[in-house]
Design a protein around this ligand. Structure first.
Ligand code: ADP
Ligand code: MG
Length: 186
């Protein structure tokens, strides 16, 4: 995966799409850092966060275990790192927004299911604003909402984090029940 140093990005020249600074939430743990900004230019979108961003490790895991194996994030162009080597964001190719539910793109949805079955990680926020078309091919763009299947229950019971849409959540629940059966000692 391509890596670019944060200092090489001229943020002042980019358009601001959204910026949430000092955004702390009591979610899984207290005082989680949810601050992040999204910028764009003609070709790319840049998502940038602090190194203690709550989903930094979720993204790192997804890059290692999922995106390299299952073609669900063809938008991903480069990881952004800081001077200590921490991931502080990523760059995606600009895509075309979709209005349909992402679950209606059969090949893409099958790949999401396959990646869950084989990697044990699921994507929790499968809404149309998190998927674009790159040369007519669906791709995730919000790339850090991945969790291990063992966390299904805690995530479902957490007020802040809801698995979307409902039908996807139901599918993941079945995988979770299977995971629990396979991993129970009784
Ligand atoms: N590669 C891209 N192509 C087109 N639009 C994008 C791209 N990346 C981000 N966006 C736009 O920016 C919005 C916010 O980005 P996202 O990563 O979903 O942030 P958040 O974590 O705040 O939901 C997206 O919903 C989408 O409208
Ligand atoms: Mg999003």
């Amino acid at each position: 995966m391509k890596k670019i140093h944060i200092k090489k990005i001229n943020i002042e020249k980019l358009n601001i799409i959204k910026s949430k600074s000092n955004h702390f939430i009591n979610g899984f743990s207290n005082n989680e850092n949810h601050s992040r900004s999204v910028y764009s230019d003609n070709k790319y979108f840049y998502k940038i966060w602090d190194k203690n961003y709550v989903y930094r490790e979720n993204f790192d895991i997804a890059v290692k275990k999922i995106f390299s194996k299952y073609n669900i994030a063809c938008s991903l162009y480069s990881v952004i790192v800081d001077e200590e080597g921490f991931t502080v964001g990523y760059i995606t190719k600009k895509g075309k927004p979709i209005s349909k539910c992402p679950m209606t793109y059969c090949n893409f949805f099958n790949l999401l299911k396959k990646s869950l079955a084989l990697s044990g990680y699921f994507y929790s926020d499968l809404v149309s604003s998190n998927v674009v078309l790159i040369n007519e091919e669906p791709s995730l763009i919000d790339l850090e909402s991945f969790y291990h299947i063992s966390l299904y229950d805690s995530l479902n019971n957490c007020n802040h984090e809801q698995i979307k849409p409902k039908e996807w959540s139901k599918f993941i629940k079945k995988e979770y029940d299977r995971y629990k059966n396979e991993n129970s000692n009784t």
